[in-house]
Design a protein around this ligand. Structure first.
Ligand code: AMP
Ligand code: GLY
Length: 443
């Protein structure tokens, strides 16, 4: 089978690994950068903007692609799935309409309301920031101010984290509107959910979901969860599929919310096929929905895909056939810790074009997995772009063993101009999360 993977990040490198580990597959890739990991796995690749729908479909037709997979959200918003399917290419990713669950945050909130899905937050949208003031005051200033459309996870500001007064919230709302951050002159004001965040990814065939192990991402740039939001600095998961602060019941609640979301999408004639991603805040009253994404998470894909023991392409086929209900998937019961290496200045002003030397042999030697992201391959090194550079994942029986493997591997990544959040997966930070949750539950 000829498989096309669209996207050149570390998430897509992990997807490509899962593809080549599947039976009878030949990998083709389209990526905007020359990802050395994907380059090596692919029979052929084209360096092209993933949102350039015509080039992607042309390449897919040319290469007789049997199945296409789409990593990032931007091409989904542009209708890549629809365009590929129009050309008769089977695609395991949501259509433009179904992907609206991620690309239009206001529509997502309305859908939850319409179908009375649990885990909702109070929200309203505004085109005039001064009108938002009353609503922000009504919520005692405890709000999240969000662009409606895509911003790569970097457009949201939350009270207490990024601002502290109503005036500041209104000011940012004004900025979102006037600068059309997220694509339109509108802002979403949401009730702030307080607790610990977690990610639940699942496979969906439009009727049934198969949930994967829960993961905790770290969106903030700096150790101790300080600094601006990023695409994600690293993540961990536990061998039992839960998290140190998340019970089985709470996990199941989140899974049932995702199930209700895809049922609602089906009722809206937007059948959702492909991986789906729920970002939840575990509050004192249970999980609340922060966002739903129409794809795997990045970094979260790197926590779950390497654990998959069932043929990944077979799972994709069952998603497309609508027979996921009959599928059992096998997942290694291991803990994982993923840390991203990013260019110095990332999140503010990245140093672009800096050399990173990656000693792959020794990284493999300590048993870690390496996933290249937005770097360009040169001779014996890679160079940074403005986005995240590469990720290293440790896999072991416990989080602390996985973290140790990850750190050992990171010593084989050398550059004067990189940054890593070393606190991710360390006992200190995890204990803080557990304590935070205990405090919130009033225990
Ligand atoms: P998003 O792009 O919607 O995932 O938002 C980025 C980050 O902002 C999330 O991962 C949360 O940490 C935070 N966030 C977004 N919405 C809320 C909310 N309603 N309450 C609390 N934190 C939020
Ligand atoms: N890790 C956050 C995301 O993929 O949106």
């Amino acid at each position: 089978m000829n498989i096309l993977v669209v996207g050149g990040g570390a998430r897509e490198h992990a997807i490509c690994n899962a593809v080549v580990e599947s039976k009878n597959t030949v990998l083709y890739s389209i990526m905007h950068n020359r990802n050395p990991g994907i380059e090596r796995l692919a029979e052929e690749y084209m360096v092209e903007k993933e949102t350039n729908i015509n080039s992607v479909t042309e390449f897919a037709c040319d290469k007789n692609i049997d199945l296409a997979l789409v990593g990032p959200e931007a091409p989904l918003q542009e209708g890549l799935t629809d365009a590929l399917m129009e050309k008769g290419i089977t695609t395991c990713a949501p259509t433009k309409k179904a992907a609206r669950i991620e690309t239009d945050k206001e529509w997502m909130r309305k859908l939850l309301k319409k179908y009375d899905i649990p885990g909702q937050l109070r929200y309203r949208s505004f085109t005039d920031a001064e009108k938002a003031r009353r609503f922000i005051e009504e919520l005692n200033g405890d709000v999240a101010v969000k662009p409606i459309g895509l911003t790569g996870g970097k457009g949201v500001k939350v009270s207490g984290d990024h601002f502290s007064t109503t005036d500041e919230a209104v000011e940012y709302a004004k900025e979102v509107i006037t600068r059309k951050i997220g694509g339109i002159a509108k802002v979403l004001i949401e009730e702030k959910a307080v607790g610990e965040e977690f990610t639940l990814q699942a496979f969906s065939d439009g009727e049934t979901i198969l949930p994967l192990p829960a993961v905790q991402d770290h969106k903030r740039l700096l150790p101790g969860d300080k600094g601006p939001n990023t695409g994600g600095m690293g993540s961990y998961s536990c061998a039992d599929g839960l998290l140190p602060f998340l019970s089985k019941g709470e996990y199941e609640e989140a899974a049932s919310i995702l199930q209700e979301v895809i049922e609602a999408l089906s009722r809206e004639k937007s059948r959702y096929i492909g991986p789906i991603y729920g970002q939840f805040m575990l509050t004192a009253d249970g999980p609340r929905i922060i966002e739903i994404n129409a794809r795997f998470g990045d970094p979260e894909a790197m926590n779950v895909l390497p654990l998959l023991r069932t043929d990944f392409i077979e799972i994709c086929s069952t998603m497309i056939d609508g027979t996921l209900y009959s599928k059992q998937i096998k997942i290694d019961r291991k803990a994982t810790v993923c840390k991203y290496v990013v260019p110095e200045g990332y999140g503010v002003k990245s140093r672009v074009g800096e050399k990173i030397f990656v000693d792959e042999e020794n990284i493999n030697g300590v048993g870690a997995k390496l996933f290249y992201a937005s770097v360009n391959k040169e001779d014996d090194y890679v160079t940074t772009t403005s986005s995240r550079s590469l990720a290293v994942v440790g896999i072991a029986d416990t989080i602390s063993e996985a973290e140790e493997i990850c750190e050992k591997a990171l010593t084989y990544v050398k550059s004067d101009h990189i940054f890593i959040r070393h606190d991710i997966g360390k006992e200190d930070l995890i204990n803080k999360r557990i304590e935070h949750m205990k405090q919130i539950r009033g225990m």
